[in-house]
Design a protein around this ligand. Structure first.
Ligand code: PLP
Length: 428
């Protein structure tokens, strides 16, 4: 019997051998767990590169004037910035810290766009000092703050973030396009803000920005958002945000990158007119499926349910607890012949002191036992990014794999790291 294909949630190029063992970037998953310990984020570098190329090629096929920006909040890790900078894409940062990492990762500051709904004077100064190409203004308070930071120096090119009152079918926590949003100027306030910034001596308005939310699995909301901002005027640049959803499970079917790009580019041409420079900001769709997390089973407990407890949880993947995000899981060297299922209905749970610390609520695992390596795919976006030290658990390493080689790009945190910022050690 031949093995069925792996779910599309796994990184490109992943495979199962005849015995049902998972291979990632040419490396055996269980051996990676042995060598680097668990939990660990395993990033398939070729997957990252391929998706960046797919975005760029899709735009190139439809328009001359564009840039693809890595929305780096999804995976703010120097090595990831470096790979995506090498692939020739630009970058979006949402804080001074992300800006520092993006520069460290090799992004040209001129191709960095700075976001944020509460940028501080220090962050704006840092952006100016490092030569950030564009700042995306989110609110009226920021206009004055940025004008003061610019002072008598060269004007700062800016875009204005607009909330179009359009949202996609996604969780409220990651929906941003609705009128009652903490992000951007409402459609009512936008005209005054546009007039105000257009008349500023310190700011140079080049265009509008719109981002309606994340993990959106249909194209229609992206089209509606572009239509909604059309009455605000004619600008040379439109930054259309990110938001393209990805497959976290075998059942989810996100639009293809090329269809997403076509929908956006064609709508801009139809509604806003020809010759516009189009910027797009994918985060999740660039990085989510490049990565899996490996865990080791620490206990298997049966009461009403079968609780399979692993050595990580809400400290390395907060998404299921924050907004009910759904994942797949399998035993890394016992994938079922059918590709899905596994025989033992389980709750894959973490090690943290909260009952809500459940990574996958309903999953079939193949006879889970203590010591098994469990894999959850599609953890590249907002995994490492949202990692924390709850219960004093050190954050996992990030391991890059490519063509049979594996290398640590972020080491595992140590217990000493947990106290590294302590300045009062109790001695008088
Ligand atoms: N652009 C902005 C302004 C965002 O806030 C976000 C995510 O929150 C993104 C882009 C990336 O979104 P996604 O990861 O869904 O592509």
């Amino acid at each position: 019997m031949t093995r069925s294909k792996l779910s599309q949630a796994y990184p490109l190029g992943s495979r199962l051998d005849e015995d049902g063992r998972l291979e990632l970037g040419g490396c055996d998953a269980v051996e990676l767990a042995r060598e680097f310990g668990t939990p660990a984020y395993i990033v398939v570098e070729d997957d990252l590169r391929a998706r960046a190329q797919t975005f760029v090629e899709a735009f190139k096929a439809r328009t001359k004037d564009f840039d693809v920006l890595f929305a780096s909040k999804a995976f703010p890790c120097t090595a990831v910035y470096r790979v995506l900078a090498q692939e020739g894409i630009a970058c979006d940062v949402a804080s001074g810290g992300e800006l520092a990492l993006a520069l460290r990762g090799g992004f040209d500051p001129a191709r960095i766009y700075m976001h944020g709904n509460a940028k501080s004077v220090e962050e704006l100064r840092f952006a100016r000092e490092t030569g950030v190409g564009h700042i995306v203004i989110d609110n009226a308070d920021e206009i004055e703050r940025l004008e003061q930071v610019v002072g008598g120096d060269e004007p700062q090119p800016v875009l204005l973030r607009v909330t179009p009152d359009v949202s996609g079918a996604t969780h409220a926590a990651i929906s941003t396009g609705q009128a009652d949003s903490k992000f951007g100027f409402s459609m009512i306030d936008a005209p005054d803000a546009i007039a105000r910034v257009s008349n500023s001596e310190q700011l140079q308005l080049v265009g509008l920005h719109v981002h309606i939310g994340s993990q959106i699995l249909e194209l229609e909301p992206f089209r509606r958002a572009i239509e909604a901002i059309a009455p605000l005027g004619d600008f040379p640049v439109y930054n259309l945000g990110g938001g393209l959803g990805v497959a976290y499970t075998a059942e989810q079917e996100p639009p293809r990158i090329s269809d997403y790009v076509a929908a956006k580019v064609d709508t801009v041409a139809d509604v806003l007119g020809p010759g516009k420079r189009i910027l797009d900001e994918p985060g999740r769709a660039l990085v989510a499926n490049s990565t899996v997390t490996l865990y080791t089973v620490q206990s298997v407990k049966r009461n009403v349910s079968t609780w399979v407890a692993v050595d990580g949880g809400m400290s390395d993947n907060l998404r299921p607890m924050l907004y009910g995000a759904v994942y797949e899981a399998q035993i890394a060297d016992r994938f079922p012949l059918s590709g899905t299922g596994g025989g033992t209905p389980s709750r894959l749970t973490g090690k943290h002191c909260e009952s809500g610390d459940v990574i996958v609520r309903d999953v079939e695992l193949a006879d889970p036992r203590v010591g098994d390596v469990v894999v959850t795919p599609a953890t590249g976006a907002y995994g490492h990014a949202l990692a924390n030290n709850y219960n004093g658990v050190p954050r996992p390493p990030v391991i890059f794999v490519s063509q049979g080689d594996a290398r640590v790009v972020v080491r595992r945190e140590t217990y000493d790291d947990l106290a590294a910022r302590d300045v009062d050690d109790g001695d008088d």
